[in-house]
Design a protein around this ligand. Structure first.
Ligand code: PLP
Length: 412
C-alpha cells in the first residue's frame, strides 16, 4: 500500500531527550561496546531496590483480591494515608477530597494541563526542568515559557524573570524542588516570593515535590509557607520510595476560597475518563506510607556521597564546571567551550554528548533537552551509580576532555 496516514503535528513534534540518546547508545552496545549509563533518573537501574515490606504488600494485595478497579480518585485507605502523611509534612489538615491518586506524577501533570490550558495559554516552567513540563502544554496547543535559572546563581529561580514573563494568557507557575536536572534545592525566601507572585496574579502554583525526601539540605515546600495560595502539590512513589516502575503518584489540591473548584472538577472528569491507577500498587503504597522508612537515611547517605564525589571529579576535569547538587539524583555541568555558542569541536551540547558517547562510551543527556534557552551548553549526569561506576565514567570523561585526538583510537 503506497498511502501513508499522516500523524498530527502536535504529537510528531514531541522530543524527549532522556530517551532519545538511548538509541545511539543501544547501537553501540549492539557492536559489543560497554556503555556506562549516567542518563536515567531510575534508582532501580543502579544499586537501589524497593523496600521489602512494600514488595511483600504488593504480593499480598494481588493475593487478597485487590485486582479490580478502584474509585477514580484512588483507594479510600490510600487517600487517608496520603492525607495524613502530607498533612504532617505541611503542618495542616488535608481533606481526602482534595487528593487524587494517578499513574505517576506524569499522568497527573497531563490531566492538570488538560484542565487549565486553552489553546494559546501559557505556563511558566523552570528552565531547565523535567521535560514533560515543556512537552505536555504543547499537546494542548499551549506554550511552556521557561523562567531563568542559571548555574552562577546555583540554579535558583530568578523571581524578577518570573514576574516579567507573566502575561494575560499565563495560567500557572510550576516549581520543581529539589530540581531535575540541576539538583538545586530552593531557599524558603524564593519560594515565598514565587507563591506571592502567583497569588497577586491569580495564577495556580504547581509544586512538584517528588524528590522532597531526597534532599541533602533542609527542604521547604511552598505549601508550608503559603497555605492561602491556590496550589497543586505533586508527589509519589517513584523516587523517595524507590519504585518508579510501579507508576504511582498523587496530587493534593490546596483550594483556598474555592479558587480551584472548576479546575478540580474538570481534572476529576479526566480522572474518571481514565478509570483509575493500578489497584494492587495502591494497596502497597499504603504500606509504603506507613513505613518503616529506614531506607531513606541510607539512600540519602549514598546519594550525598555520590553527589559530592561527582561534584569534585567534574570540577577537576578541564573545560567542565558544575554547581554542587543539594538534592535529587542529578548534577548539571557546564561545557565551557560552548558557553558562547558553537565551538570548533562541537556545534552544540547534543553533539558533545554524542561525541562523549562514541569516544568515551559514557552516556549523559544534553542540557538543551531540558531547556533550549537555559539548559544549552550543559549536560545532565545522574549521580545514582555506585562509586566504582562513577569513577570509571569520570576517568573516561577526563581522558576525553584532556586528549580528544588520542581518543580517536577508541572509536569502535
Ligand atoms: N517530576 C519530576 C521533577 C521528575 O524528575 C520525574 C521523573 O524523573 C517525575 C516527576 C516522574 O514522576 P512519576 O514517575 O511519578 O511519573
Amino acid at each position: 500500500m503506497s498511502f501513508k496516514m499522516k500523524a498530527t503535528r502536535r504529537a510528531s513534534s514531541i522530543e524527549y531527550a532522556i530517551r532519545d540518546v538511548v538509541i545511539p547508545a543501544k547501537a553501540l552496545e549492539q557492536k559489543g561496546v560497554n556503555v556506562l549509563k549516567l542518563n536515567i533518573g531510575d534508582p532501580n537501574a543502579y544499586d537501589f531496590d524497593t523496600p521489602k515490606h512494600m514488595k511483600d504488600a504488593l504480593y499480598e494485595a494481588a493475593n487478597n483480591g485487590y485486582n479490580g478497579y478502584s474509585p477514580s480518585e484512588g483507594d479510600p485507605d490510600l487517600l487517608k494515608a496520603i492525607a495524613e502523611a502530607e498533612g504532617k509534612k505541611h503542618n495542616m489538615r488535608i481533606d481526602t477530597g482534595d487528593i487524587c491518586v494517578t499513574t505517576g506524577v506524569t499522568e497527573s501533570l497531563q490531566m492538570l494541563f488538560g484542565a487549565i490550558l486553552e489553546p494559546g495559554d501559557n505556563v511558566l516552567v523552570p528552565g531547565p526542568g523535567y521535560p514533560p513540563y515543556t512537552g505536555l502544554p504543547m499537546l494542548y496547543d499551549a506554550a511552556p515559557v521557561p523562567y531563568r535559572t542559571i548555574e552562577e546563581e546555583n540554579w535558583v529561580p530568578d523571581v524578577d524573570d518570573i514576574r516579567k514573563k507573566i502575561n494575560n494568557r499565563t495560567t500557572a507557575i510550576a516549581v520543581i524542588n529539589p530540581n531535575n536536572p540541576t539538583g538545586a534545592v530552593y531557599p524558603p525566601k524564593v519560594l515565598k516570593e514565587i507563591a506571592d507572585i502567583a497569588a497577586e496574579n491569580k495564577l495556580l502554583l504547581i509544586s512538584d515535590e517528588i524528590y522532597d525526601g531526597m534532599s541533602f539540605t533542609p527542604f521547604t515546600s511552598p505549601l508550608t509557607l503559603a497555605k492561602d495560595v491556590p496550589m497543586v502539590v505533586f508527589n509519589g512513589f517513584s523516587k523517595v520510595y524507590l519504585a518508579p516502575g510501579w507508576r504511582l503518584g498523587y496530587t493534593v489540591f490546596n483550594n483556598p476560597d474555592g479558587f480551584l473548584d472548576d479546575v478540580k472538577k474538570a481534572y476529576m472528569n479526566e480522572a474518571r475518563l481514565r478509570i483509575c491507577a493500578n489497584t494492587p500498587v495502591q494497596r502497597a503504597a499504603i504500606a509504603a506510607l506507613k513505613g518503616p522508612h529506614n531506607h531513606v537515611p541510607e539512600t540519602i547517605r549514598r546519594l550525598k556521597e555520590r553527589a559530592n564525589y561527582s561534584y569534585k571529579r567534574l570540577n577537576e576535569i578541564p573545560g567542565i564546571s558544575a554547581a554542587k547538587p543539594e538534592g535529587a539524583f542529578y548534577i548539571f555541568p557546564k561545557i565551557e567551550a560552548l558557553s558562547n555558542g558553537p565551538c570548533d569541536r562541537w556545534k552544540d551540547d547534543k553533539e558533545f554528548v554524542l561525541d562523549v558517547l562514541n569516544r568515551a562510551h559514557v552516556l549523559f543527556v544534553h542540557g538543551s533537552g531540558f531547556c533550549q534557552t537555559y539548559g544549552n551548553g550543559h549536560f545532565r549526569a545522574v549521580i545514582l551509580p555506585p562509586m566504582d561506576t562513577l569513577e570509571k565514567a569520570f576517568d573516561a570523561l577526563d581522558a576525553f576532555m584532556r586528549n580528544s585526538e588520542s581518543m580517536d583510537n577508541v572509536i569502535s
